[in-house]
Design a protein around this ligand. Sequence first.
Ligand SMILES: Cc1cc2nc3c(=O)[nH]c(=O)nc-3n(C[C@H](O)[C@H](O)[C@H](O)COP(=O)(O)OP(=O)(O)OC[C@H]3O[C@@H](n4cnc5c(N)ncnc54)[C@H](O)[C@@H]3O)c2cc1C
Length: 413
Amino acid sequence: MRVRRRARRALAPPDGNRPRRDPRRERDPDATIEPLIEVGPTGRPRRDPRRIRREAMTAATGRLRLDRSGRSGAGTAAGAPAAHAVAAGPAITRIEDPAFWIVVVPDYEAGRLSSHDRDVFGAARKLADRDGGGVVAVVFEPGEDPGPAGADRLIRFDDPGYVGYAPAHRATAIEALIAELAPRHLLFADTLVAGGDIGRRVAAARHVTPATRVHRLRVDEVVSRGDGARSDYTRTPPRVLLLAPECEDPIAPDRCHEARPVAPPAVDIGDGDGGIRDLGLLPIDPGAVPLAEADFVLSAGNGVTDWDAFHALARALGAAEGGSRVVCDAGLMPRERQIGASGTLIEARCYLAFGISGAPQHLQGIARCEKVVAVNTDLHAEMVKRGDLSAIKDAQEVMPALTRLLEAQARDT
Ligand SMILES: Cc1cc2nc3c(=O)[nH]c(=O)nc-3n(C[C@H](O)[C@H](O)[C@H](O)COP(=O)(O)OP(=O)(O)OC[C@H]3O[C@@H](n4cnc5c(N)ncnc54)[C@H](O)[C@@H]3O)c2cc1C
């Protein structure tokens, strides 16, 4: 104990301030180590960028070693092993006993959250966070974890009666949930066949006027668009809110909530079809779907030369066709199929880009796509960097190979 105190005293500066340790000098007492950040005459820290650059050169190769840690000049001596930051996921926020609940019923089509769904969760967090509330996600099929979108709890109603187009049954289930949770607000994506339908049914059953097509939202005020998009209506937020896309930003990617599974309340939806018979989806010609509404887009750029192979692949995939401005300018695709800042902005779940460089104007057009797959011969193309999955290959090779694979799969099933 005494020894330690003496050693500390030896390091104490003469002015009597707290002792300061210099780990580098302790490791090597003979080394002459100049600080990379010095204190200037005014007492403020002063950096010498030229010396920091010189220090970054390795003695052996003379090549620059780049410190991408963001701590440049803070004492990283050349030759010292760089500390690798371990990429950790976001910390999970747990809310045990919230003051009230906000219920979100995402469309959750095929068990996946759309960008619209995420906007609705962003709005729910805004309504919940200020006063210590919690967010409950209500779904009717298994699928994606809504925790990263902002859900504290997850309630899944699990009955064949909810599967497919079943807005009446789903509204009945939500009624039971309201009786149990007494949520402050219920939020739906204002879509034609899912949230918009269920939300209006829930509001009608409770004899409340919902706020529809909400495009701006605060805790004490919502703005709805109506009158053929000619007028905005402002009101205090009612219990049932049907939200337009981009009504609110999704929560930041560094946030994640718990989405703890909770058992649903018991509901009796009977054996009937609730007055609605789901006859399934009608197959449509993907080429007839406007690009802005297409879920799956196959797109061609200047790197595509085999147009027969491109059209055959679009047919096999059931994808809508799109293209870069270059191919539209060249008359290889109709102008209404151009994707980008001066074409159509798309929101496809999957965007498959063949031979497209990824110019900023083009990337603007696919900013809201969920998954991007790029096929390009250039490893450094911007589209390859943007891609969630990229293949460095000749488009003319990949397109027919993919078509053959799809045709073989179709034969086997
Ligand atoms: C005001 C303005 C607005 C614009 N608006 C738009 C817009 O809305 N949409 C738009 O798309 N562009 C727009 N542009 C044009 C844009 O800047 C680019 O010029 C255009 O997007 C490039 O198209 P591209 O990627 O098909 O062609 P290129 O830039 O020629 O790229 C071709 C790509 O194909 C790859 N490739 C080549 N051969 C093969 C092969 N055999 N197999 C696989 N890959 C191959 C190459 O590596 C390259 O990455 C706009 C430009 C301006 C100035």
